[in-house]
Design a protein around this ligand. Structure first.
Ligand code: SF4
Ligand code: SF4
Length: 102
């Protein structure tokens, strides 16, 4: 019987594909060359960044009034694409992109 072994991202053959819905199992943060930095004092919690993030890396939670607010960024999975900073309302810039320091 064939062993059902899960491969890590590093063990994948070039061009290999995995079953769908498994992205959360892999920490893709080390791929980043740019890091989104969230400024909570400027954020108006419009959630635009959360809607646009392709990696579900904008963290949200209900506040004490049961309103959904941004609470931070999941750097384990954020790939640093910059879409959140691009889509954040232009004059607010509650997310800025900075060079990732390894
Ligand atoms: S940089 Fe890209 S992956 Fe990271 S939080 Fe922003 S939209 Fe998501
Ligand atoms: S898009 Fe900008 S202002 Fe809106 S929730 Fe995200 S960081 Fe805050």
């Amino acid at each position: 019987m064939k062993e059902d072994k899960k491969l890590t991202a590093a063990e994948l053959p070039a061009g290999g594909m995995l079953e769908g819905g498994t992205a959360e199992e892999f920490k893709t943060g080390p791929w980043r060359s740019q890091r989104p930095v969230w400024n909570k004092d400027k954020c108006i919690h419009c959630l635009t960044c959360w809607i646009y993030c392709p990696d579900a890396s904008i963290k949200i939670a209900p506040d004490d009034k049961k309103t959904t607010v941004v609470t931070g960024i999941d750097y384990d999975h954020c790939k640093g694409c910059g879409i959140c900073a691009r889509e954040c309302p232009v004059k607010i810039q509650a997310i800025t992109m900075e060079e990732e320091k390894k």
